[in-house]
Design a protein around this ligand. Sequence first.
Ligand SMILES: [Zn+2]
Length: 89
Amino acid sequence: MITITRCPHGHEIRTEADRDSTGFCRACRKVSNDAWQQKQRAARALVQSLERHGVVVDPDALTFQFGSETADMDAVADRIVATYGQGIQ
Ligand SMILES: [Zn+2]
């Protein structure tokens, strides 16, 4: 009988080289990396769009500055939807 080793997400593990230190496999890592890159592209597009419209984005403080006013996240979200939200379902 052949025992098939699988990662926590059910992908087949053929050799120990296919598994990382957390027990996940190369396929899991690729899915995770792809998801991260997709989120990063979306975030980059948002930041670039905001900056094109004169909004200053501070990546360390995660604040957005409109003119001379620094806004909190709820205010930022409200303003983003009000300004750029047409077409968002
Ligand atoms: Zn996996």
